[in-house]
Write a protein of this length. Structure first.
Length: 186
């Protein structure tokens, strides 16, 4: 009874322990790209779909590289690490773009909402002037240290959670043989 319940460590094709660094890096790059590319970042407004895709990608790369089947908890961990990496990388680039070029990634959603509200105003000049003033005020917001700290905490938390969920979901899609064959006894 003692060895039956002992966790079995994953091993690669020739007995070496699989390295998850490349899978985490790839997932982080996917999250960073989706978060920073104009209009592609709108995927994240759909229940953080772009972030979940990063965790999903990490699990795909890890399981296909080593031909393993992993548990959902392991997929969540892999996805969460990719979420932290991708979230931090996108924040550094985003803060840099905002401070140096006054460009805020993701502002396309604000522009789309502004255009939609103007259409809904049905040509009323008072409403349009008020909407333009609100849009101008929102786009001129200065980035402060407190906003950067708060934004970093929120982004890393949300990216880790949703990317982890994407990784856990990915474990049910990518299975290579049964668990006993994928995880030989150590």
């Amino acid at each position: 009874m003692p060895d039956m319940y002992k966790p079995i460590p994953p091993q690669g094709p020739e007995g070496e322990k699989p390295d998850d660094y490349n899978a985490i890096l790839l997932g982080g790059v996917v999250i960073m790209a989706i978060s920073l590319v104009p209009y592609l970042s709108l995927l994240n407004s759909l229940c953080c779909l772009g972030i979940m895709l990063g965790g999903f990608t990490s699990v795909y790369h890890y399981t296909s590289s080593y031909k393993l089947t992993i548990l959902s908890g392991e997929g969540f961990k892999l996805g969460s690490l990719a979420g932290v990496l991708g979230g931090l990388a996108s924040l550094v680039i985003s803060y840099t773009l905002q401070l140096v070029f006054s460009y805020q990634p993701g502002s396309e959603l604000l522009e789309l909402m502004h255009d939609l509200q103007i259409q809904m105003a049905q040509g009323d000049p008072d409403v349009i002037a008020e909407l333009d003033a609100l849009y101008q005020k929102a786009s001129e917001v200065e980035l402060t240290v407190v906003q950067m700290i708060f934004g970093t905490i929120v982004t890393v938390t949300i990216d880790a959670l949703f990317s982890g969920i994407g990784g856990a979901i990915g474990t049910s899609f990518f299975k290579y043989g049964n668990r006993e064959k994928s995880y030989p006894d150590a």
